[in-house]
Design a protein around this ligand. Sequence first.
Ligand code: MG
Length: 400
Amino acid sequence: MKSKVYAILLAGGSGTRMNAPVNKILLPVRGIPCIARSAAALAPFVSEIVLVGRPNEKEALMNAFNLVRVTCPIVFVCGGSTRQASVFNGLQSITDIDESAAVLIHDGARCLVSAETISAVLSAVLEKGSGVASVPVTDTLRSSGTDDLMAGSTLPRDNLFAMQTPQGFRLGELRKAFSVADQDGFIGTDDAAVMAHAGFPVYLTPGSRYNIKLTTWEDYQMAEALVSFSSLSPIRVGFGYDVHQLTENRRLILCGVDIPYEKGLLGHSDADVALHALMDALLGAAGLGDIGKHFPDSDNTYLNIDSMKLLDHVMNKLAEVGYVPSNVDITIVAQKPKLAPYIRQMTENLASAMHLPLFRINVKATTTEHLGFEGRMEGISAYAVCLIQSAGSCSVNSSF
Ligand code: MG
């Protein structure tokens, strides 16, 4: 059986060095809380995230995930008084008896970690037993003495690396290393130090200079700028179009609202033409094909299915590739019935299904002045456009 991969996500930071009123990892980075970006980046690689934080922040932390859809379970664990104690608590909550399971430990404040960085760490753990994201030091390093006077000689930097996270290890070795540190009273500044203290080899893997840790206000501003930089965090646009025929003895369902009318739309599913256009727009934006590919009408699983359920699947598919919708705009083209009374309910349905505030969703209806098939009331069509944005990873080389 394939070993599992766990993430221990450290969320016990503070806002002190940033003069922020809240824990810095709750601060939104371009609209998405820092901790939610970190979790969304890790989720595609792991089967469970152990979120280690302060008990009084549990609710705020869990609420931070409302805007993104994290595709694996998140288990909350109370942190300790130091980073090492927090990792230890997280480790204790993993009860897996498979000692070769991989554990990726990540600072919640490194919300711009890329899929490439995580993947390199995980591959090294699977192949060699450990992997620590790191970057070569490029600045000259010196010590300072009293009165800002430079002291000592320049440190050679040829083999110096700055440690980042994730830091990944095998579960069994990690447990041993933490127990050795506990016996010896050893406190390391990171997990690599704890492993090295116990005599385990630690392999370095390529990190990224974009993988900054939000510590100061400057870091926060840099993170916001990096996320805005489109080639690092692509915003993608999608378009969808669909038509269904109006017929008797069928219900008319648009954006999940059952609308009283003498006719309904014909289709394999519930024929919610507006949701079909929307799903095609979302899948199109993510480069994932269309709904015909994911929910073929030759499959009886989807016979008369509620399209809101299909939308839920599409949201999961988007989350799997690290994207969340930013806004959507739908136009329903129908001569009859009058749709204005139902627009609010449609918008609310979409907001709830897509975890978006109401103002990010627009549904409108128009007639064609009796022209065309919609005007002759033979069918209803719908157009949808959407923008999606990267939820977690800040990837230079997108894999799709
Ligand atoms: Mg359709």
